[in-house]
Design a protein around this ligand. Structure first.
Ligand code: UD1
Ligand code: CA
Length: 598
């Protein structure tokens, strides 16, 4: 029996999450963020990530049996508190630990909704942001700060800082501590509107805020304080929140949401009048308080005057021995100052990411959001749920993105571009009408218009394809330009090569660019024809219109219009097989006479 040889067609991508320093490649869902990654987060070189999620599970809630949340209005204003049905359906699904599968409902009914505005449109006050990013995030089970973990192409903390910029803050201060340098790089320290404060010891969120006090000296406006672990937060939400804060005139406004399984979050405790009285952390809460389903999201808007001085009164007298920022609520309330709460209907957007499950859910929500934006703009996504496109990517109208595609970093695609099944495109520009056939990996490349690449092609950094150029299957390129209308259709390596227009590169052509020490260039001028299985030993130049015979090894320059052949001349030995071939040898072993001619 002959066993069929199984041929390996495509190599698996190397560098899976093993080596932490280089693990930010796709497929490594939990790629530890590296310093390199943090550096890559700077605007110029966008970061690559890959959080692919396939389960349809609800954020934070495994939700075995979705049940409609019973509705017991006790306060007239709660009727608008449970809108956004779809999101709430997910957020209010009973968690697995819920008694009888349903969490106590009393608190939902007892929580008043957003009040109508009281004050007339508040005067414009300066708005500054304060992002808390000094913690480590133990529940991630990572050696890397939680805030460095990439979510849809950006470190978590960077999403938060970008959201504050989008909300129109004049300046943002980021408090760093754990892996301070990496976090600073992940945020991007080139923007003048961003400053950093240092929290040496992580003594709690309140302590983190106090560490930044100096940066707010002389500031008389509002401070938008945000936990750094809110990657899904949208600028629009922050704008609405700030507007709410300003129109209500309370010195402090909290952003809250209602979820069925509030475990792990600080609960919003209201008095009988429905006013926010304090926030109690899970560890300090009584069973009754724990049943409260309105949680603090770690998003606050505070009048500077009601922030630092009152917060200094917070103590470490609590279960975690930390200075809680959340104590500010009780302190202000005690002073008779109002604390407003803005209830956000879409819980997924405002829930902090604490572990890998929540990280994946946040990534999925960002990818979904991007998919919807693109579809609204006229891009077809064959299967939005299996398409992973980073926030900054742009794609022109009538482009089609097939399933299983990742498009990352600063990629820009023109109109009527098609990206085939299972391809990864990173930091690449693709011109109108170009097509990438399935299973290609393209990074740091520029494709002009009407190009066709793949299937199974690998275009590495500094690959440039001019209009109408073609790269076929099992072709790898690096630091190579392929001129207008030129083709390399099969099984080829082109590295450090300058290739003119209308050149044909035959199957199996290799540019031998590396001599063991240095890299050298291959120059192939316009209209050259390179026969199959040629090796071009660089440095070498094939001048315009020259021909290379198949199977040649070219070591010296080829003049224009010349034919270069460098292979042993073929010799045919007549009748050789009859005399020396296998049949003849077998016959000789048996002692048979040579067979007669027919
Ligand atoms: C915090 C809130 C909780 C809220 C939850 C929402 C407090 C005391 N509790 O809890 O009410 O429901 O967020 O997700 O604020 N950080 C520092 N320095 C520190 C500690 C934390 O900068 O010393 C940063 C972390 O990096 C993180 C943010 O503050 O970005 C929140 O810290 P985290 O430990 O996640 O707070 P939670 O316990 O989740
Ligand atoms: Ca948190």
């Amino acid at each position: 029996m002959t066993r069929k040889a199984t041929k390996k067609v495509a190599k698996r991508p190397k560098a899976r999450a093993r080596a932490p320093r280089r693990a930010s490649r796709p497929g490594s869902a939990a790629a530890p963020p590296t310093r390199a990654q943090a550096v890559a987060a700077r605007p110029a070189a966008a970061i690559r990530t890959s959080v692919t999620v396939s389960q349809g599970d609800a954020f934070r809630h495994p939700a075995p049996v979705p049940r409609p949340a019973p509705h017991r209005p006790t306060h007239p204003s709660m009727h608008h508190a449970t809108n956004s049905a779809a999101n709430h359906a997910a957020a209010l699904t009973p968690g697995p630990g819920a008694p009888n599968g349903v969490w106590p409902l009393r608190p939902v009914g007892a929580i008043p909704g957003n009040d109508p505005p009281t004050a007339r449109g508040a005067a414009r006050r300066e708005l500054l942001a304060l992002v808390l990013a000094a913690g480590l995030g133990k529940r991630m089970q990572s050696k890397w700060s939680k805030l460095l973990h990439p979510v849809a192409g950006r470190p978590m903390v960077r999403h938060v800082v970008e959201a504050t910029k989008g909300a129109g803050v004049a300046r943002a201060v980021v408090v760093v501590g754990n892996q301070a340098e990496e976090v600073r790089l992940a945020v991007g320290d080139l923007d003048k509107r961003i400053a950093f404060a240092f929290q040496k010891e992580q003594l709690g969120t309140g302590h983190a805020v106090l560490c930044a006090e100096r940066q707010f000296q002389g500031h008389t406006g509002d401070v938008l304080i945000l936990n750094g672990d809110l990657p899904a937060l949208r600028p629009e939400t922050l704008r609405a929140f700030v507007a709410y804060h300003r129109s209500h005139g309370a010195p402090l406004t909290l952003l809250t949401t209602v979820i069925t399984d509030p475990r792990g979050y600080g609960r919003v405790v209201r008095n009988y009048g429905g006013e926010v009285a304090r926030i109690v952390e899970e560890a300090d809460a009584s069973p009754d308080e724990r049943a409260t389903q309105e949680i603090n999201c770690g998003i606050y808007c505070v009048d500077s005057a009601a922030l630092f001085r009152p917060l200094r009164r917070a103590t470490r007298d609590n279960a975690q021995g930390e200075i809680y920022l959340t104590d500010l609520v009780g302190i202000l309330h005690h002073e008779g100052k109002a604390v407003a709460a803005y209830r956000h209907p879409d819980a997924v957007e405002v829930l902090g990411v604490n572990d890998r499950r929540e990280l994946a859910a946040a990534a999925r929500s960002l990818y979904r959001r991007k998919a919807e934006t693109l579809m609204a703009e006229g891009v077809s996504l064959v299967d939005p749920a299996s398409t992973y496109i980073d926030a900054e990517v742009t794609i022109g109208r009538d482009s089609i993105i097939e399933p299983g595609v990742m498009i990352q970093g600063a990629s820009r695609l023109g109109t009527e571009v098609r990206i085939g099944l299972g391809s990864r495109i990173a930091d690449t520009v693709i011109g109108d009408g170009s097509e990438v056939l399935p299973y290609c990996v393209i990074a740091g490349a520029r494709l002009a218009s009407g190009c066709r690449v793949g299937p199974f092609a690998h275009l590495r950094p500094d690959t440039t394809l001019d209009d109408g150029a073609r790269i076929g299957n099992f072709v790898e390129t690096k630091k190579t330009r392929l001129g207008r209308g030129s083709k390399a259709n099969h099984l080829t390596y082109l590295g450090d090569a300058e290739i003119g227009r209308d050149v044909n590169i035959g199957a199996g052509t290799i540019t031998c660019n590396y001599d063991g020490v240095e890299k050298h260039r291959t120059v192939i001028e316009d209209e050259v024809f390179v026969g199959s299985d040629s090796t071009l030993v660089a440095p070498v130049r094939l001048r315009r219109g020259s021909f290379i015979g198949a199977g040649s090894t070219i070591t010296t320059d080829v003049p224009s219009q010349a034919l270069a052949l460098s292979r042993a001349r073929q010799e045919n030995k007549e009748g050789w097989a009859k005399r020396f071939g296998p049949v003849a040898r077998r016959d000789a072993q048996r002692g048979d006479k040579p067979r007669k001619k027919r």
